[in-house]
Every structure is written in C-alpha cells, then in structure tokens.
Write a protein that binds this ligand. Structure first.
Ligand code: GUN
Ligand code: FE
Length: 415
C-alpha cells in the first residue's frame, strides 16, 4: 500500500516535524518500507507503479501516529464518569470491584462492553493501549480478542489480587493467583497465531492491581515470573493519599519500596500515577528503567497532588499518557494531552508566584526549570512517549522506515 500526503509526528520530546507531501510505502506486515518527499525520483517511480494501491490523504488533512493510552481499566468502561465524589479506596469498594465482578460473571456482557470499547478507542485515534482487565481468565481473553479483532495493539493485564475488601472478588491464594496468570499469559500469546506470520497485536501483562490487594508472597512470585518469562508488568504506585497511608499503616513502608523488594521495578514495568514521588524517587524509577503512565484527570479526582511531570522527564523517566478509565471519565487521549498541559501550567504558575514572593520582585518565568509542558511535548507523550514506555523501540509512534504504520487521519474527508 502506498500513501501520499502530509504527515506530522514528534520523533523527540519537544520536536515536531511536519513532513509535507510525503510518500509512505507499507509492506504486507504493516511496516514502513520507504518514506520520503513525493518529489524525489524514488517516490515518483513508486507513484507511477502504484496502480490501484495508492491512497491520497485529502487536502487539508494530515496523518498523525495513533495515540497510545498507557493506562485504562477496560471493565470500568461500563460505568465511566460515575462516583467520582469518593476518595480512591472507597470508590474501589463501592464501584470498581462491583462492576468488574459483574463483567467476570457474564461473558456476553464482557463481549458487548469490550467490543464497544474497541470501537470508541479507534474513533478517538488510540492504536495502542495498556489495559487492566479483571480477575477471570476467560473475560481477559475476550478482552484481548475484541482488541485484536479491531486491529488495536493491546497489552492485556489479568488482575492479580489475593487480598480484597470484597470476599466474592478475590483469588484464593498467592499460589492460585500465580498459576492462573501463567495460564492466561500462554493463552493470550497464542491468540496471535490467528494473525499473519510475524505479526503480534496482543500481549499479556502481569498486573498486581496495587499494593493493598497483593500479599508480599504474590508480589515476589510475580517479580520472579516477570524475570523468568520476560513478561511486562503494570500496577499503580504512589497514587492517592488514602492509598499511600493504607500502605504505610499496613506494610510500614512506601509503595515504591514494596515494588522494589519484589523485583517489580523493571525496564518492562509501567506504573500508573506516581503522584507522590519526589525527585530522588523519580530518579530511582529512571534508574530501574520503569515507566510512568501520567493520568492528569484521574489525579485531579483521587490524588490531591499533581504528578511532577517535568521533574520526571528531566530525570530521564519514560512517560506516556493514560485516560485511567474510569478514574478519569474520558476515553480521549487528546483530552489527556490538554489536561497534562493545563496541570503543568498551574504548577509553573505556582512556582513563579513562589519565587516572586521570596525575592519580592517580579519573576520573569523564563529560566531553565520551567515546569510547564507545551502541546508539542504533550503530543510526544501521547505517541512516541507511550510507545517507548512500552519498550516499542522499532519506531512505533513515529513515521520512520522500519516502524509499524500505526496512523490516524486528522480529519475525515467530507465526501
Ligand atoms: N488502584 C487500584 N485499583 C485502581 C483502579 O481501579 N483505579 C485507580 N485509579 N486506581 C486504582
Ligand atoms: Fe488506574
């Protein structure tokens, strides 16, 4: 397939490239074999030989890499936007666990909700997604299949939780939980056998829900499993006041310490939120190669503190954006981009005001420690940043030779 038109991407943080009137040649496995300006001799030759396989991007539109949603609870799509008046731990008890249990009990409901979720993700330009599922294997396989059938690159997490406030929504023991997640991982990987050879769309992710729902034995077991089978990991870390206090009271340490000693801070790990991490902790996260899913809308409801985004980026932490459905109420990563910019600007405003108050002079706001990000940085986080957080180093999230052609069009043609 040959595509001709204007392309926009962010190959690096803060670097926006506009590739005007370019030609992209896409091989049968979906990788970009060639990319270059339409006026070069190679491109002209390709266009001349392209009978029937040339797609023109309509004038006035442009292609962007698809978005990556780095944190989304698939079963919570059922009740997104509900109950956000509660603090996190109560909200989980009263809404999240119930909805997830309901989906685990009803495969046809799971199929309906997950098919609709895949449709909505595509409508909003999301091409890759890191998902939290539910406890039950069958429901998570339905989720993986619905995403795969829609052509979405999905990283699917069967929840591991051997502690729960809800006696009917829990795994029997750490050992049973570890056996179950191994089985799910094998079956999830096997789903890709239905795709053309050499293509992978769905992958399993070890998903200890968060420290309060996982025994030390389970966390240690998951750390070993991740290492032995080279499996990805995701969880929530340092998210909310009530959660951080719960971990201190019950385990006597900070979240990060629990993940650290369980071998779960790895280069294959994505931790959601991390709002309570100070710069030295962020630097430790960077040292481990662990990535952060920044979910600014959810933080506004549950965290009571903004994520230190600029400090994380300056420390070399890999960061992408997440919607955190249903802790966030919108499926649209473009909204997460706007929220990330807005929150960072409030942080920068507070910094300037603080400086001015200290020095009794007017702060100029243009020194090197600016905390705000702009829209090009937000676009990077939503595309390449998310892909790198997932360890997709083969150019995903950009338009370059060898990258998978994961693209969306800025505007649909009128006719
Ligand atoms: N921490 C543990 N589970 C959840 C969840 O479902 N949503 C959010 N936002 N935080 C969590
Ligand atoms: Fe979450």
């Amino acid at each position: 397939m040959l595509v001709r038109g204007d392309l926009v991407h962010c190959p690096e943080l803060g670097k926006l490239e506009i590739l005007q009137d370019h030609v992209v040649d896409i091989g049968y496995t979906g990788l970009i074999d060639y990319i270059g300006p339409a006026t070069t001799p190679d491109a002209i030759e390709k266009i001349a030989a392209s009978a029937g396989r040339l797609i023109l991007v309509p004038k006035g539109s442009f292609l962007l890499p698809t978005f990556c949603d780095l944190h989304l609870h698939a079963p919570q799509f059922l009740y997104q936007g509900t109950g956000l008046h509660l603090p996190l731990m109560k909200w989980l008890d009263e809404y999240a666990f119930k909805a997830e249990e309901r989906i685990d009990a009803d495969p046809s409901l799971a199929h309906k909700v997950y098919t609709r979720l895949a449709e909505r993700l595509i409508e909003h330009g999301t091409g890759a997604v890191l998902l939290f599922g539910t406890i039950k294997e069958e429901t998570n396989l339905i989720l993986a299949k619905c995403m795969m059938n829609a052509g979405i690159r999905a990283f699917v997490g069967k929840l591991s939780m051997d502690i729960s406030s809800r006696p009917s929504y829990i795994e029997a023991s750490a050992a049973a939980s570890l056996t179950a997640v191994s089985s799910f991982a094998d079956k999830c990987i096997a789903l890709n056998n239905e795709l053309p050879p050499g293509t992978t769309l769905v992958e399993p992710v070890l998903t200890p829900r968060f420290v309060p729902t996982c025994s030390d034995e389970l966390l240690l077991g998951l750390g070993k499993l991740s290492k032995a089978k080279n499996l990805r990991v995701q969880s929530h870390m340092a998210e909310a006041y009530d959660q951080v206090e719960w971990v201190r009271a019950e385990r006597g340490v900070e979240d990060m310490e629990v993940f650290e000693r369980s071998g779960l801070l790895t280069p294959r790990t994505v931790q959601a939120h991390c709002t309570f991490l100070d710069p030295p902790s962020l630097s430790h996260v960077a040292k481990r190669g662990t990535a952060v899913a920044h979910c600014p809308l959810s933080n506004a409801y549950f965290s009571a503190e903004p994520f230190r985004l600029r400090e994380a980026l300056n420390n070399g932490v890999k960061v992408g954006l997440g919607t955190d459905i249903a802790g966030g109420y919108h499926i649209d990563i473009l909204s997460s981009m706007r929220q990330a910019v807005a929150v960072s600007r409030m942080r920068e405003g507070a910094r300037i005001m603080g400086k001015a108050a200290q020095s009794h002079t007017k702060a100029d706001g243009d020194d090197k420690s600016v905390l705000s990000i702009d829209w090009t940085e937000a676009l990077y986080l939503a595309t390449r940043g998310g892909a790198l957080a997932l360890g997709l180093t083969n150019g995903v999230g950009t338009f370059m030779k060898g990258a998978s052609f994961d693209a969306q069009c800025s505007k649909h043609p009128i006719d």
